[in-house]
Design a protein around this ligand. Structure first.
Ligand SMILES: C[S@@+](CC[C@H](N)C(=O)[O-])C[C@H]1O[C@@H](n2cnc3c(N)ncnc32)[C@H](O)[C@@H]1O
Length: 479
C-alpha cells in the first residue's frame, strides 16, 4: 500500500456553519469532526468553547457547502448542520442580524418562488406550541426577509431557530436562553447508521461486541476509506470490521478464542441455548452486503507478531483489546505447542494459555502497529483506566507513533476507557531495530494491580456508596 498523502488545504474564504451534536459521547464529538475534516482534506475552524456549558451547538467555519455536506456524510455524533445566519440571546437579536445579511446569502433562499418553513427547537426547556408560533411570527412579520410561501411539508428550504437554556442539572433551567441560533438546514449526520447496524439485529454477537455508534466513531478516527486494508487483532465478533467495511475497507482479524470464531462459544444472547453453526464474523459482513470486503479471520494469538510476513502493511489497525473483565486476556503459553490437536477419542486439545498482562498487550499492540502500519496509517484502540490513578504518562508510546487524539468514555465514577488514536509518523527500521524502536509505558497503570483488581475494587466501592445512599452512577458493559 502507498503512504497516505495529505491533500493540501484549499485557501478559500470561510463561511459560518453550525453543528448540532447528539448528547452522547461528549468527549469524542470534536475529535470526530476534526478527523473527518482531515480525511477529506479540508480545513475547519471550530469554536470548541461553544460546547463548554453543555450546549449541543458548535460553530464551525468551513470553505463551502460541499465540504459541509461531505462532513455530514460521515459523522455519527452530529445530528444536523446549518448555514449559520444569526446568533444572539433572543429572537430580536436574530431578526436584527438576518435583516442585515447580504443579498447574495438571502436571495437564493428567500425569494417569492422559494417555499420555506421555520422549525423551532429548544434545549433544556420545553416551549408550548403558542410560544413557538409567536417566535415564528416575529421572524416572518411583513417586513421580514422571507418573500416566499410557508410550506410545512417538503418546503424548498428549512430554517431552524435553536434556543439553548443553560441547565446545570441541579436546579431549574434558566428562564431565558443563553444562546439563540438561526440557520438554514444543510444536511443531517449519520445517526440513522446506529439503528442500521444495531447489535440487537446483528447476526453474531459476543459478550463484548462494540456498539454500532462507537464502532463508527472508531472508523472515523481511523480515517477509514474506500479500499483501505484494515486489521483488528482482537476481532471478537467483528463489530469493528463491520464499521470499517461500511466505509469501503477490506477487513481481516485475529482472535485467540477458537470456540468463539467457530460458533461453539456459549451464546451471548439471553434465552439463546446454543449458537447456530453459521454465527461468524463472515455472516456479520454478509448481513450488511459487505462480503466482498471480508478477507478472513484467523484463530491466532495477537502477541505473536512473527506469524506475519515482513512487509505486510495495513492502512489502519482498529481494535478493542481484552481488559480481563468480561473476556479473558490470554496468550499462548508455549509457542512450540500452539496447534489445536484432535485426540484419538475425538476430543480436541487446545494449546495451553497463560495470562496476558494489560501493559504487555498495549506494548505488543504498539510494536505491531509500528511494524505493520503504512506510514500515515492509524492505530485506534481502547485503553481502560482507573480514574483516580490516571495520568497522561499511562498512555503507551512508540518512537514511530504519535498520539493524535485521546477521548474519554466514563463508565462509572472511577472507571473509564480512553479511545487512543495514533498515527504512524516514523519509519520502522526493521524487526532487528526492535531494541531502540520499541513501545514503552512511562508509568504503567497496571503494574501494581491488574485492571481487573482495580475494576472490582471500584465496583465494590460504588456498591457500598449506593448502600449508604450515595449518588448512583452510570454503568456500561465492559471487556
Ligand atoms: C473486547 S473483545 C473484542 C470485541 C470485538 N471488538 C467485538 O466487537 O466483538 C477482546 C477479544 O480479544 C480476544 N483475545 C484475548 N486475548 C487475545 C490474544 N492474545 N490474541 C488475540 N485475541 C485475543 C478475546 O477472545 C476477545 O474476543
Amino acid at each position: 500500500m502507498a503512504a497516505r498523502n495529505s491533500i493540501s488545504p484549499q485557501i478559500e474564504p470561510m463561511k459560518r456553519y453550525l453543528i448540532q451534536f447528539a448528547h452522547e459521547h461528549l468527549d469524542f464529538r470534536v475529535q470526530e469532526i476534526r478527523s473527518i475534516l482531515s480525511l477529506i482534506g479540508c480545513q475547519g475552524i471550530m469554536k470548541e468553547k461553544d460546547l463548554s456549558d453543555g450546549s449541543p451547538f458548535m460553530e464551525v467555519e468551513l470553505s463551502s457547502e460541499t465540504v459541509a455536506k461531505a462532513l455530514m456524510q460521515r459523522t455519527v455524533l452530529s445530528k444536523r448542520l446549518y448555514e449559520l445566519w444569526g446568533e444572539g440571546t433572543s429572537v430580536y437579536d436574530i431578526n436584527t442580524q438576518i435583516k442585515q445579511l447580504p443579498k447574495e446569502i438571502l436571495e437564493p433562499y428567500t425569494s417569492e418562488n422559494s417555499s420555506f418553513r421555520i422549525v423551532v427547537e429548544t434545549f433544556n426547556k420545553k416551549l408550548s406550541t403558542l410560544e413557538k408560533i409567536s417566535r415564528i411570527e416575529k421572524l416572518t412579520e411583513p417586513d421580514s426577509i422571507f418573500y416566499g410561501p410557508i410550506k410545512l411539508n417538503c418546503p424548498d428550504y428549512s430554517f431552524h431557530l435553536l434556543e439553548f437554556y443553560h441547565f446545570d442539572g441541579t436546579s431549574q433551567p434558566a428562564s431565558e436562553p443563553s444562546k439563540v441560533y438561526f440557520g438554514r438546514w444543510i444536511a443531517d449526520g449519520q445517526r440513522a447508521r446506529i439503528q442500521q447496524y444495531h447489535l440487537q439485529k446483528r447476526h453474531f454477537i459476543a459478550n463484548t461486541s462494540m456498539d454500532a455508534c462507537l464502532s463508527m466513531v472508531m472508523a472515523n478516527l481511523g480515517q477509514i476509506k474506500d479500499s483501505d486494508f484494515v486489521f483488528d487483532p482482537f476481532v471478537g465478533s467483528g463489530s469493528l470490521l463491520v464499521a470499517c467495511a461500511h466505509y469501503g475497507a477490506y477487513v481481516a482479524g485475529t482472535d485467540i478464542d477458537f470456540l468463539l470464531l467457530h460458533a461453539r462459544a456459549k451464546p451471548s444472547r439471553a434465552k439463546q441455548k446454543t449458537r447456530s453453526r453459521n454465527e461468524s464474523v463472515r455472516s456479520n459482513l454478509q448481513q450488511y452486503g459487505f462480503e466482498s470486503r471480508y478477507i478472513d479471520v484467523l484463530v491466532a494469538d495477537a502477541s505473536r507478531h512473527k506469524m506475519w510476513r515482513e512487509g505486510s502493511q495495513f492502512d489502519a489497525i482498529v481494535t478493542d483489546p481484552p481488559y480481563g473483565i468480561r473476556e479473558s486476556a490470554a496468550r499462548i503459553a508455549n509457542v512450540e505447542n500452539a496447534k489445536v490437536k484432535s485426540l484419538e477419542n475425538g476430543a480436541q486439545r487446545y494449546p495451553q494459555k497463560t495470562q496476558y498482562q494489560l501493559g504487555d498487550i498495549f506494548r505488543d499492540l504498539l510494536n505491531f502497529a509500528a511494524q505493520f502500519l503504512i506510514k500515515g496509517g492509524r492505530l485506534v484502540y481502547w485503553l481502560p483506566i482507573y480514574k483516580p490513578d490516571y495520568q497522561e504518562s499511562n498512555i503507551p508510546q512508540h518512537p514511530c507513533l504519535e498520539v493524535e487524539s485521546n477521548c474519554e468514555q466514563p463508565l462509572n465514577s472511577t472507571i473509564s476507557r480512553r479511545l487512543i488514536t495514533m498515527v504512524k509518523t516514523g519509519e520502522f527500521k526493521g524487526p532487528e531495530s526492535h531494541g531502540e524502536q520499541k513501545a514503552s509505558i512511562a508509568v504503567d497503570h497496571y503494574q501494581c494491580e491488574t485492571f481487573r483488581q482495580k475494576y472490582f475494587k471500584a465496583t465494590e466501592m460504588e456498591a457500598n456508596e449506593k448502600e449508604k445512599g450515595g449518588p448512583p452512577s452510570s454503568s456500561n458493559s465492559y471487556s
